[in-house]
Design a protein around this ligand. Structure first.
Ligand code: GDP
Length: 354
């Protein structure tokens, strides 16, 4: 199925990825993350071939402010997972990399042990350059890693920007890392992020920080109590030291208990189904916007409406509706080839109770 895309000859096969060929997986991720329009078809075909083989991994999201100890934790926790016989992929999303130039997450020396092990695969995605959606393709990359046979996929994001919500929307278990001796506001934790955590990990519970870690644990336990009982899983707070290795087994146990709890009454499937629906509508939004921006015939009308909105003479909602109407007209003008015009309705939220 070559469509003349540049590099189509290098398109990795689903078989090679499933066989554990790391170069094929790396090439697949590059293809999936490509913003080139002519790579889309090959990326979608590949994902479609991989999809039936995805879904087997534990999807773990890890978020926390810079310096909280994410990479040290992932290195220590991940190494123990490997020792327990698992294979893991670490996908790091860095929403700040476009701004800061060099990617803080792109540096494999952050996790030297995992970087050299055969059982682990690390990939960093600079999300700063993407239009609109943070980590738009990370979910697809996660599915590719699952098809490649990884038992655990850890999606790491810096706790700044909108990336935590995007990550919480793609994982089975969302873990928030906090450090002792700093309040939420000092750690840049936004409202709502603590409430989304299935496990809060207090890092650096060693040495002089052991006492403050105990206090932080109690504080976060109190914060979590406020929204306990939303699902079958009761969120918990665990203190650990990645340096001394304490608390890591307790976290691994909690991850396993979470899995068992969620799997028991179909909650895991319901969560994943609701997430897939959320991503569907996000993609519709992104695709609609990209289609509008790419349509040269719409550009003058869009620019005029934008100018009216910025001048304060037209409400954004009215302008948006007119832009969508223009889009639909322009599609009709193409000979009515596409009867499946997207419906500009808002994405449904929640949908837990299937
Ligand atoms: P990240 O930016 O969230 O990935 O944070 P890092 O993992 O790079 O850690 C930031 C700093 O905290 C580094 O200097 C680490 O050595 C230190 N650190 C990380 N984990 C621990 C820990 O368990 N105990 C102590 N004492 N320091 C830690």
């Amino acid at each position: 199925m070559t469509r003349g895309a540049p590099g189509a000859g290098r398109t990795p096969t689903a078989d090679a990825i499933r066989a554990g060929d790391r170069r094929a997986l790396a090439a697949a991720i590059t293809l999936i993350e490509s913003t080139r329009e002519d790579d889309r078809a090959a990326a979608e075909d590949l994902l479609q071939a991989l999809l039936p083989h995805a879904g087997g991994a534990v999807r773990l999201g890890i978020s926390g402010a810079p310096g909280v100890g994410k990479s040290t934790f992932i290195e220590a926790f991940g190494t123990r997972q490997i020792a327990a016989g698992r294979r893991l992929a670490v996908l790091a999303i860095d929403p700040s990399s476009a701004r800061s130039g060099g990617s803080i997450l792109g540096d494999k020396t952050r996790m030297p042990e995992l970087a050299r092990r055969e059982e682990s695969f690390i990939r960093a995605t600079p999300a700063g350059g993407t239009l609109g959606g943070v980590a738009r393709r990370t979910r697809d990359v996660m599915l590719a890693c699952e098809a490649a046979g990884f038992d655990l996929v850890m999606v790491e994001t810096v706790g700044v920007g909108q990336s935590e919500a995007a990550v919480a929307d793609m994982v089975d278990l969302f873990m928030l890392l906090v450090q002792p001796g700093a309040g939420d506001e000092l750690q840049g934790i936004k409202r709502g992020v603590v409430e989304r955590a299935d496990i809060v990990v207090v890092t650096k519970a060693d040495g002089a920080l052991a006492g403050p870690a105990t206090h932080a644990k109690a504080d976060f336990e109190a914060a979590l109590m406020l929204h306990a009982g939303a699902g079958p899983w009761t969120p918990c707070v665990i203190a650990c030291s990645s340096v001394e290795g304490t608390g890591l087994d307790e976290i691994a146990d909690a991850v396993a208990r979470h899995r068992a709890t969620m799997a028991a009454d179909g909650a895991l499937e319901a969560r994943r189904a609701a997430q897939a629906e959320t991503w569907l509508w996000r993609e519709v939004e992104e695709t609609l916007i990209a289609t509008i921006r790419a349509d040269a015939r719409l550009a003058p009308a869009v620019a005029a409406l934008e100018a009216e909105v910025t001048a304060g003479t037209l409400a954004p909602a009215a302008a948006a509706r007119r832009i969508v109407e223009r889009l639909l007209e322009s599609q009709k003008g193409e000979g009515g080839a596409s009867p499946t015009s997207p419906r500009p309705s808002p994405p449904p939220r929640g949908g837990e109770g299937e």
